[in-house]
Design a binder for this molecule. Structure first.
Ligand code: ZN
Ligand code: ZN
Length: 143
C-alpha cells in the first residue's frame, strides 16, 4: 500500500490516502470492490476532485454529501453524491467495507420521510380481482 504525501502531480494522486471531509478519518483509496474509492467508508461523504472516477481532474474540491443510494445493473449499489459547493451530482459504486448501517439509513431516507402519508395509500389493484378495478378501466369496461 503506497502512502505518498508530497506528490503534487495529478498522475498517481489516486494512490494517496486522504482525510474525510466530514469526519476526518484517514481513508485509503484502495478498497475491496472499487478501483477508485473516493468516499469515506464510515460516513460516506466524498470530495469533489474527479470529473470521472479516479481522474482527479476537477478543481472544485467541495465536500460531496451522500444523498441517495440506487441499484445498478447486476444489483450493485451505488451512492449518489452531490457537491455542496457547485451542486454537481456523481454516482459512485459502494466499496466492500462501507458502513452498512450508513448505507441502509441512506437507502431508506426517502421512505422514512414520505411527502404523503403512507397510511393513506390506496390498496394495490389486482387485475384478477374484480373488487379493485382501476376507475378508468371500470368506465372503459362498462357496456
Ligand atoms: Zn467520513
Ligand atoms: Zn464541486
Amino acid at each position: 500500500m503506497r502512502h505518498r504525501t508530497n506528490r503534487k502531480s495529478r498522475s498517481g494522486d489516486q494512490c494517496q490516502w486522504f482525510h474525510c471531509v466530514r469526519c476526518n478519518q484517514p481513508v485509503s483509496p484502495e478498497a475491496a470492490g472499487t478501483a477508485h474509492r473516493n468516499h469515506c467508508p464510515w460516513c460516506l461523504w466524498s470530495k469533489h476532485v474527479d470529473d470521472v472516477p479516479g481522474d482527479r481532474a476537477a478543481d472544485c474540491g467541495g465536500a460531496m454529501e451522500p444523498i441517495a443510494v440506487w441499484v445498478r445493473r447486476g444489483s450493485d449499489w451505488a451512492i449518489v453524491h452531490q457537491c455542496r459547493s457547485c451542486g454537481e451530482l456523481h454516482s459512485n459504486r459502494i466499496a466492500g467495507d462501507d458502513n452498512e448501517l450508513a448505507l441502509v439509513s441512506l437507502a431508506v431516507r426517502a421512505i422514512s420521510q414520505p411527502p404523503f402519508p403512507l397510511d393513506r395509500l390506496p390498496p394495490t389493484a389486482d387485475p384478477t380481482d374484480e373488487r379493485w378495478p382501476h376507475p378508468v378501466e371500470r368506465l372503459a369496461n362498462r357496456q
